[in-house]
Design a protein around this ligand. Structure first.
Ligand code: C2E
Ligand code: CA
Ligand code: CA
Length: 266
């Protein structure tokens, strides 16, 4: 039976069926350079097509996927799809979210190598964003895998920095290229209380990391984050996540090298 719920309560079987039936898809959200406002990266975000025409988003199914371990199958599918789609966007990096659970799977490194070989996607245009939905359990194994991935030329970002499991200890222990400041910090910024965001940006910069802020919704956010020293910005101010076809159009018309403006799309 085709997966049709629109309000959560999916089981692992539902998700496995949805994958088999090709109901999953990826939307891509631009990440822009703070300096130039040009799109430097697009982040792949999972969606599940429902027969109603609606799309289920990760909050509807990611908890079940994480808890059941199905996130590893889903993550492999997403990596394959994103690398294939990314071939259409030369000069732009593609960021794919990975669960800490995937890092614990012994064959993960080989899976990434195989996908890069099969698709021909250049590793130096791939970023892996380590999400915070569950803890990294085996640090030595995770470090060894991340180190090997970086040796291939892939960049590693620590997602949702500052919330959940994704804390300071991860900064000290994991080999990283980038941190993404969680949008909770950006949302709560106002004239009096941007000190936290400024401190996180400085921390990242002092460690030699690229600092990206997510959840940038207003030009005031943009102004403060640029002044704080963020390298890259992502949020509805620039673009919502878009289907791959819209990204093709965006880049096909030269928009990758143009400034993205506020987009009311999808
Ligand atoms: P994330 O990696 O932190 O992705 C950013 C989320 O914030 C996305 O939600 C995006 O649609 C939303 N967002 C972006 N800009 C703004 C903004 O300006 N304002 C607001 N309010 N929201 C914004 P989405 O697509 O629902 O994804 C939720 C989470 O699901 C992601 O958070 C990521 O942790 C996880 N996820 C998505 N795709 C994958 C995947 O392929 N694998 C894994 N393991 N996790 C994934
Ligand atoms: Ca992410
Ligand atoms: Ca986040």
């Amino acid at each position: 039976m085709t997966v049709h719920q629109s309000d959560a309560a999916y089981t692992q079987d539902d998700l496995a069926q949805a994958l088999k039936r090709n109901q999953f898809t990826l939307n891509y959200q631009p990440i822009v350079s703070a300096k130039t406002a040009r799109t430097v990266t697009v982040e792949a975000l999972l969606r599940m097509r429902l027969p109603t025409g609606h799309m289920a988003t990760p909050p509807d199914f990611m908890d079940v996927a994480e808890q059941s371990g199905f996130v590893c199958d889903l993550g492999e599918w997403a990596l394959q799809r994103a690398c294939a789609d990314g071939l259409n966007w030369p000069g732009v990096c593609v960021a794919v979210n990975i669960s800490p659970k995937q890092l614990q799977v012994p064959g993960f490194l080989n899976t990434v190598r195989r996908i890069l070989n099969e698709t021909g996607f250049p590793p130096d245009r791939l970023e892996l964003e380590l999400t915070e939905h569950c803890p990294v359990e085996d640090f030595p194994r995770a470090c060894a895998t991340l180190t090997a991935l970086r040796q291939l030329g892939i960049r590693v970002a620590l997602d949702d920095f500052g919330v959940g499991y994704s804390g300071l200890i991860y900064l000290r222990k994991l080999p990283l290229d980038k941190i993404k400041i969680d949008r909770a910090f950006v949302e709560s910024m106002d004239e009096q209380s941007d000190v936290l965001v400024r401190s996180i940006v400085q921390l990242g910069r002092n460690l030699g990391l690229t600092v990206t802020a997510e959840g940038v919704e207003t030009s005031e956010h943009q102004r403060v984050l640029i002044e704080a020293g963020c390298h890259e910005l992502q949020g509805y101010l620039f673009s919502r996540p878009l289907p791959a076809g819209d990204i093709d159009t965006l880049f096909g018309c030269g928009a990758a090298s143009a400034r993205l403006r506020i987009a009311g799309a999808a």
